[in-house]
Every structure is written in structure tokens, then in C-alpha cells.
Design a protein around this ligand. Structure first.
Ligand code: SF4
Length: 245
């Protein structure tokens, strides 16, 4: 299994940011601020303009001070390649992979909250403020490669961040016009026809909304999602989506 998170030993004082990975030390200056240079030699660590440098431990100076904006490449993330996108937290040395160019299973996580509580949920809903996920998703989207065939948009329940969701879909339409979007939702919000209408108004040419119905029997569906009355909301949501597609 490929690891999507790692933590190196180096730290510096800066807010977390999202960058694209490159191994090309000669990238145009205009894009370097959005990129992390994956260093291939000790000289790479001092190239100007890059947002940060990812250096395996064997490239780090042993006696001299480590230059600014250098993060150690964790052993778990040596699979990183050109075009991948990562979120770096320099204060903790953590690196999270938010997009892999080679993968066909990239997903933007908009929230970890949900209004269901399914018994089989592999990612049980969390409470608390996770607003930062919106900017991570948008920054990641803007750095994805145009050849990306499809991306998922998920949660938690992504429609709980309604304004963020609409912004993500509009941004995707602008930046990645040929990329299919699969929005995974429990569908409850679409019991409001106006929500289905707003979604349809984006006119994304390749948007699919995937709504799981856990049973044809209302009681069973409601038991699985651990909420009473949700079967009816979900069915109404699916019908409204169909109406406004
Ligand atoms: S709707 Fe999805 S995210 Fe929410 S509890 Fe169910 S499986 Fe988990």
C-alpha cells in the first residue's frame, strides 16, 4: 500500500501550504512559488524561487546549517513524482499527499462531518472545525494536471459545505474542463429542489452524483444510516437530481 503521509525531521516556521512536486530544477521562475523541488543533488537545495525543497536525508549537509525552506523527504514518501501535489506543514515536518498524477482514484475531501452515521462507515464522522479542508481542496485542484481523467469529491458529507462544494465544482470546470467529477453524497440535501437546481446551474459537462441507497426497505436503510426518515429524504433527493439534471 502506498503511504500518503509522512513526517521528516526538519522544521521551520511557516503556515501550511499546498504545492506541486517537481524534480526539474530549471522550472520557469513564474511557477516555482507553487512548487516543491524534489532535490536530486545537494546543489538543488539552494535553487532560487521554489516554495520549499524536499530533500532525502542523505542529501542534507552534515556539518553546515540546513538552508531555509528545506523539509526532509520522509522514507514513506519516496514514491513522490513530478506532478503530484502535497500539503506541507513546516512547523511539524508533516507532508500529506493530496493528489497523485498517476492515480485514477484521486479524491478531494471537503469535510469530515456528516449528517448520517452509517454502521459500515469506513471513516466515521468527526465533529469540529475542518474549514481548512476547503482551501486544501481548492489549492490542490488548481495544481492538478489537465490530463487527469477523473476525480472524486467526497467527505464526510460534502454537501454540508455547500458553498465550498459549488466553488470546487466551478473551479474544476474552469481548470480541468475534460476531467470527470464523481460527487459522492448521501443525497439528503437534494430533498430541497433548490439545491438540485443550484447544482445543475453550474452546468458541469461531466458531473456524476453518486447516492448510495442501502436498501429498498425504508426501515433497513434508516437502520444502516442510523437516522430515522432518511430513506424518504434520499429518494426525494435522487428524484430532484433527476428532475434538474
Ligand atoms: S453517509 Fe458516508 S460519510 Fe456519512 S456516515 Fe454514511 S458512509 Fe460515512
Amino acid at each position: 500500500m502506498i503511504s500518503l503521509h509522512g513526517c521528516g525531521a526538519l522544521r521551520y516556521d511557516a503556515d501550511p501550504f499546498v504545492v506541486r512536486v517537481t524534480t526539474n530544477a530549471n522550472r520557469p521562475y513564474v511557477v516555482r512559488d507553487k512548487e516543491a523541488l524534489l532535490c536530486q543533488s545537494p546543489e538543488d537545495i539552494s535553487r532560487p524561487g521554489f516554495r520549499c525543497f524536499l530533500a532525502p536525508s542523505f542529501l542534507l549537509p552534515v556539518e553546515a546549517e540546513v538552508p531555509a525552506r528545506v523539509l526532509e523527504l520522509p522514507a514513506e514518501l519516496t514514491h513522490l513524482e513530478d506532478g503530484d501535489v502535497i500539503r506541507c506543514d513546516p512547523r511539524t515536518g508533516e507532508i500529506f499527499v493530496t493528489y497523485r498524477l498517476r492515480s485514477t482514484a484521486n479524491t478531494l475531501l471537503l469535510t469530515e462531518t456528516c449528517n448520517n452515521k452509517c454502521i459500515m462507515c469506513c471513516q466515521p464522522p468527526k465533529s469540529g472545525n475542518d474549514d481548512y479542508l476547503a482551501s486544501v481542496a481548492l489549492d490542490t485542484l488548481r495544481l492538478m494536471d489537465r490530463s487527469t481523467t477523473e476525480i472524486g469529491v467526497s467527505g464526510g458529507e460534502p454537501t454540508l459545505k455547500w458553498d465550498v462544494l459549488l466553488k470546487v465544482l466551478r473551479t474544476a470546470k474552469g481548470y480541468l474542463p475534460d476531467t470527470a467529477i464523481q460527487l459522492l453524497s448521501n443525497g439528503r440535501v437534494f430533498k430541497y429542489l433548490s439545491r438540485a437546481q443550484e447544482l445543475a446551474a453550474i452546468r458541469h459537462p461531466r458531473l456524476i452524483v453518486g447516492v448510495p441507497l442501502n436498501s429498498a426497505t425504508p426501515e433497513v436503510h434508516d437502520y444502516i444510516v442510523q437516522r430515522r426518515g432518511v430513506f424518504d429524504e434520499t429518494i426525494l433527493g435522487i428524484m430532484n437530481l433527476k428532475r434538474k439534471r
